[in-house]
Design a binder for this molecule. Sequence first.
Ligand code: ZN
Ligand code: FE
Length: 270
Amino acid sequence: MTNPTPRPLSVLAVPAFKDNYLWLIHDGVHAAVIDPGDAAPVIAALAAHHLTLTAILLTHHHADHIGGVPSLLAHASGSAAIAVYGPRAEAIATVTVPLDDGDLVDVPGLALALRVLSVPGHTLGHIAFLREQAAGHWLFCGDTLFAGGCGRLFEGTPAQMRASLARFLVLPSDTAVYCAHEYTLANLRFAAAAEPDNELIAERIAAETAKRARGVPTLPSTIGLEKATNPFLRDEQPGIVANLLALGKLDPHAPPGAAFAALRTWKNTF
Ligand code: ZN
Ligand code: FE
């Protein structure tokens, strides 16, 4: 007996709070949600699209990424138990399947396998989920990489975050990047200040501003676009280093890698 042809997958952006996106991956019948900080918008999206929730995936322990889990589990009670995947290295009470770097999650209900990448920096146990299948490369990176920027260093060091972002740099350029927040325009304003001679940043600001004017998410981004316009993936570019030096934000005798820390510090107060 052959397996039925798997139904194609799509990804829905579920807006929550001020600027979060809760990502809903579905095949028209079953759905998995990434980082449900709030349950109500997820429950509404499931109902609107006639979907049954079969898995919850968490990137890190912050409340705006996990807060909706208890209500989602209560809402789904009666149906089969829903697995909650999350980083083993973080204390998240609702997690039932703790994950480590390199694990492969066979997502219940969906023809979907997600690779786990350990990406410390924003938090120390932060993980990302990567779909490596040729049908579409997808990265769910939580608060690690943002369109035009990167997450704040609440727990990790600049070196840790830089090493985590380096894991994304080697992914195929067409990898779709599903970040957890709509921070793109503010990030790109900083990108333009960090690398004034990069014309691709100005072009991108125009394109993303038009999306926001239409009320459309700027996400997903792609690894290719981020490599071209995101200063935190371009910290060793001569134009960025020269600009940091000219602005007195980088010590000329600083060791390699210091530009990343200088960018992150500057962005904190930009
Ligand atoms: Zn966070
Ligand atoms: Fe967040």
